[in-house]
Design a protein around this ligand. Structure first.
Ligand code: NAD
Ligand code: AKB
Length: 310
């Protein structure tokens, strides 16, 4: 039986991952941690600032965990506003979590992102192994993080694993300050106001994925036979390649009067244009059987139903 510590557990991914892990491994075997206090008491939870390595170590040791899932980070748009703080949190938190994994011999998961690619990366069917020269602080952190996880595996034998997530779309916890957040906001605005003004321009394609597929990917990768993993960290995974007008088209199938307008934010638009249009996820499919279940149509139906029911 696994015992897992999750950092950044109150964020967009963590809030749903903890629930799913608790269903699979038992409530007492999943320790949520975050710098914020949790509002509902639904299982073991500790306040941990991941930049405090000693605190992270003592909580992991006290709870005798065998796995760390490290999610605490600052996302792309916020990181461009406070780049030095992004470096301190994204790199400082990651190396602290890796050190805890090394010292206590824990399995380790952390997500990279499509943000690890840059303008010189091939944009369509972006290969698993390709040019990575990102132009954002978030991207710099993600590339360095991918390399650091590989280093801890090769140098110390830590069982590090990870994926490159696309923009994640979900209805439980709002996203925390990324470039792809528009693809969540559009659904809330469709239900609440039947209209959305996008800060990302028309025809700007990015990879997206519905949260259930993102969570299944973590579970599958962590359970995968290590003998089959050639890459271990930073697997490209992808489900949907879409621009704002593609979401609007799908939403109109359910809310015909929905309107989409544009008021482009140059900072986030610039980031979006530096990222791929669509990733090639064949390495993840070959090495551990990754397969997304949700396309844009099925996801839209579910998102609108869930938000309307809130
Ligand atoms: P989020 O912003 O929603 O949540 C991050 C959580 O970390 C928050 O609950 C926050 O309180 C917590 N946190 C902030 N500073 C902390 C600190 N010093 N110590 C401990 N906790 C702290 O982020 P998310 O979307 O859940 O992303 C989780 C991970 O997945 C990140 O590494 C992110 O880069 C990656 N990722 C996310 C997406 C996405 O679309 N959500 C896509 C690609 C990669
Ligand atoms: C962001 O936009 O920063 C995230 C990501 C794709 O990493 N959603």
């Amino acid at each position: 039986m696994k015992k897992i510590l999750v950092t950044g557990a109150l964020g967009q991914i963590g809030s749903e991952l903890v629930t799913k892990l608790r269903k699979t491994y038992g409530t007492e075997n999943v320790i949520g941690t975050d710098i914020k206090k949790q509002e509902k008491n639904d299982g073991p939870f500790e306040i941990v600032d991941v930049t405090d390595g000693d605190r992270l170590f003592s909580v992991a040791k006290e709870h005798q965990v065998d796995t760390i899932m490290h999610l605490a980070a600052l996302l792309s748009a916020k990181a461009e506003i406070i780049p030095k703080m992004a470096w301190d949190l994204n790199m400082g938190g990651l190396i602290n979590a890796l050190e805890v994994a090394r010292e206590l011999n824990l399995q380790f998961f952390t997500p990279s992102s499509i943000g690890a690619f840059g303008p010189s990366t091939p944009k369509d069917h972006t290969p698993q192994d390709t040019i990575q020269r990102p132009t954002t602080m978030y991207g710099v952190n993600k590339v360095a993080g991918e390399l650091l996880c590989d280093y801890y595996y090769h140098r110390f034998g830590v069982d590090t694993r990870g994926v490159r997530y696309p923009g994640l779309i979900s209805h439980v916890t709002l996203p925390g300050g990324g470039t792809t957040d528009y693809a969540v906001e559009i659904y809330y605005e469709a239900i609440n106001n039947k209209a959305y003004t996008s800060y990302i321009a028309e025809h700007t394609y990015m990879d997206m994925m519905y949260m259930p597929d993102a969570l299944n990917a973590i579970m599958q990768l962590m359970e995968a036979n290590p003998d089959n993993l050639k890459h271990r960290n930073a697997f490209n995974i992808s489900a949907i390649s879409a621009a704002p007008e593609d979401f609007a088209k799908e939403i109109r199938k359910h809310i015909p009067e929905f309107t989409l307008s544009y008021d482009v934010d140059p900072v986030r638009q610039n980031i979006a244009e530096s990222w791929p249009n669509s990733l090639d996820s064949s390495a993840a499919a070959d090495e551990w059987g990754f397969k997304a279940e949700y396309d844009i149509g099925r996801m839209t139906e579910d998102m609108l139903e869930k938000i309307a029911g809130k």
